[in-house]
Design a protein around this ligand. Structure first.
Ligand SMILES: [Zn+2]
Length: 324
């Protein structure tokens, strides 16, 4: 493992900074986890408290394994929002309430080692490419439906990126010009139709109408309570309408991915995120069928649709593997 990565130092830190939680892991040279730590972000705490919390989490993880900062080859960090990849500056992360935070510079000063800042979806896709479901692929497309729908692509060993930031915003492919309003301000983006949040909203409506009794009993109508596991349990308990909502969304997601397949001709599409990992067969089938019927035949003959294998570890592994 890790044969695509050259490093001089022995240990490395991988950090996955989510919108609401953070995970940090310390790896040895073979990418074995020596210590890890996860916690909720102090909500809307702003950059100062956030960076203190982040720094403490790294220090704590190092201390747990009795590793000193000077033994690090580097720190790799996957962040949500808009990132200047060259400068390592978080331009804007609305969920965190951060704006223009020079994270790379700040962490390099504190830990005195190289710091690589990347986009969180890029980190997760890279992790799956090096260690998981995308291993061995030439062109690996990662798609992660969650609160939004994240996308990333590794081509010939490198993450495809824009001039200074990340790209592959699959979630904002418009599939219905008069569709529901998206968080980006446009209508009918695939994210507004097929993200886990969009699915949960449709399920809440079905529950309100009385057609998803098991779900209503377990989760009520609060979107925050309609989580991946709740959705799976309600399908298993016989809420047929919930299964239909998820299948339709997965099919539509597949249609959107088919357009990206036509552009990039990937050999592996990796699907990840909580709902996909909770319903792997359903997603593999619906997305796979949609891509096969919608994308160009020449591009689908040898295309593999895989479900992510690394779960929550994909982000920390990918971020750590990006340290060179
Ligand atoms: Zn959008």
């Amino acid at each position: 493992m890790g044969n695509k990565v050259v490093t001089k130092g022995k240990y490395r830190i991988g950090f996955d900074l989510g919108g609401t939680k953070m995970m940090v892991a310390l790896f040895d040279a073979d990418f074995k986890i020596l210590a890890s730590h996860r916690e909720k972000l102090k909500s809307r705490s702003g950059p100062k408290t956030g960076i203190e919390q982040l720094t403490e989490a790294i220090s704590q993880t190092l201390a747990d394994a009795a590793v000193k900062p000077e033994q690090l080859a580097g720190i790799g960090l996957g962040c949500p929002g808009q990132v200047d990849l060259d400068k390592g500056v978080i331009i804007e992360a609305p969920n965190l309430g951060w704006r223009d935070v020079p994270l790379k510079q700040l962490l390099e000063k504190i830990f005195n080692c190289p710091v690589v800042i990347t986009n969180d979806v890029d980190a997760g896709t890279y992790g799956e490419y090096i260690f998981g479901a995308g291993k061995g692929g030439r062109c690996v497309l990662g798609v992660f439906p969650g609160t939004g729908i994240g996308g990333a692509c590794v081509y010939d060993g490198h993450l495809i990126r824009g001039k200074s930031g990340s790209c592959l915003e699959i979630g904002h492919i418009q599939v219905q010009s008069d569709g529901p309003l998206c968080g980006c301000g446009r209508r009918g983006c695939i994210e507004a139709i097929a993200s886990r949040l969009a699915i949960s909203a449709q399920i809440a409506m079905a529950a309100f109408r009385g057609s998803a009794p098991h779900l209503l009993e377990e989760a009520g109508l609060d979107l925050r309570e309609i989580r991946s596991k709740t959705i799976v349990r309600s399908i298993e308990a016989g809420d047929a309408v919930v299964e239909k909502i998820v299948r339709d969304a997965a099919r539509k997601l597949g249609n959107a991915i088919a357009s990206v397949v036509n552009l990039l001709a990937p050999d592996i599409v990796v699907l990840g995120g909580g709902l996909v990992e909770a319903l792997p067969k359903l997603y593999q089938k619906e997305v796979g069928d949609a891509i096969k019927s919608e994308a160009m035949k020449a591009f689908t003959a040898e295309l593999r649709i895989e479900v992510a294998k690394l779960g929550d570890n994909a982000g920390v592994l990918g971020a750590a593997a990006l340290i060179v």
